[in-house]
Design a protein around this ligand. Structure first.
Ligand code: F3S
Length: 70
């Protein structure tokens, strides 16, 4: 799973970082610092929560194509 972030549309709400600073690091200005994050195993739920937490909806979850739904 990956997280994709439309960095240009971030307005610095920082709700994502409040969910996980590891997945959603902020830059010195308080904006999201990354555009694509590979989600480490076990952090998928945090990634989804972080994506939902952004009021601007700039965070998208990208599921792995090679994984078939069980
Ligand atoms: Fe930006 Fe949304 Fe996070 S506006 S700082 S990506 S909560």
């Amino acid at each position: 799973m990956k997280i994709r972030i439309d960095k240009a549309a971030c307005v610095g709400n920082a709700r994502c970082a409040a969910i996980s600073q590891e997945l959603f690091p902020l830059d010195d200005g308080g904006y999201i610092a990354v555009e694509v994050v590979e989600v480490p195993p076990g952090m998928e739920a945090l990634a989804r929560r972080g994506a939902r937490a952004c009021p601007e909806r700039v965070i998208t979850i990208v599921e792995d194509d090679d994984k078939k739904p069980e």
